[in-house]
Design a protein around this ligand. Structure first.
Ligand code: BEZ
Length: 222
């Protein structure tokens, strides 16, 4: 049979944006953690290929550097790789000793690939023994709001991860969309009207700047 069909990752429907995040209960560097422990907070669940590797080390330090800003946005961080908890402990201690950065977020030890498989973090044609660089943004109701995948060889951009959470939370709070390269403070996109009557009303509204009936922006008033 085709290798891709017999591989364990083939038998899970991959999570999708808008779907409930798959549940788990798993050993981490902070003890056993369940997804449901995060109810009421946003969560960034991210995987890295392996402990004691250089790109992953830069990413861990970079994730730690944005952790305080994420927490101000009610957002937690949770790492994952197919390594043992002892390897994770040794690596985070090494990062603190050699790089001077204390990693404060928990890291899942997914030795039997349970969470990695449920979340589709393994790309079998890239590596069957390592998770790729996946990021799942899960909201406070445990719905998946965004998914990012990067390959083994490219470290992720923390500014974009922060910006993504800011954009998602802005959408939830204000029911607006955000344009390309949006940053907090920029104008937002008012969703297109769904009837002719709404389109006519829209172009008359004072707080909305419309280039055309479907293309309207406005300042956000907090
Ligand atoms: C790294 O983190 O340096 C790395 C891990 C897996 C493949 C390539 C690079």
């Amino acid at each position: 049979m085709n290798d891709q069909l017999t591989h364990p990752t083939a038998f899970y429907a991959l999570p999708r944006i808008g779907s409930p995040a798959p549940q788990f209960e798993i050993t981490t560097t902070h003890g056993v953690i369940r997804l449901e422990d995060y109810k009421g907070s946003w969560l960034i669940l991210f995987s890295h290929p392996a402990d004691f590797t250089p790109v992953c080390t830069t990413e861990f330090m970079a994730f730690q550097s944005i952790y305080p800003q994420l927490r101000e946005m009610n957002t937690e961080l949770l790492g994952l790789s197919i390594d043992s908890v002892y390897s994770h402990i040794a690596w985070v201690r090494n990062i603190e000793e050699k790089m001077g950065v204390k990693i404060e977020f928990p890291v899942i030890a997914d030795l039997n690939k349970e969470v990695a498989t449920k979340y589709g973090m393994i790309m079998p044609d890239e590596s069957t023994t390592e998770t790729s660089r996946a990021v799942f943004v899960i909201d406070d109701n445990q719905i998946i709001r965004a998914i990012i995948y990067y390959p083994l060889t490219t470290g992720r951009n923390m500014d974009e991860i922060l910006r993504l959470v800011q954009a998602l939370q802005t959408h939830v709070k204000h029911k607006v969309a955000t344009p390309a390269n949006w940053r907090p403070g920029d104008k937002v996109i008012v969703p297109p009207p769904s009837s002719q009557e709404m389109a006519e009303e829209r172009v008359k509204q004072g707080d909305v700047e419309c280039t055309d009936w479907y293309f309207c922006k406005k300042e956000l008033v907090e």
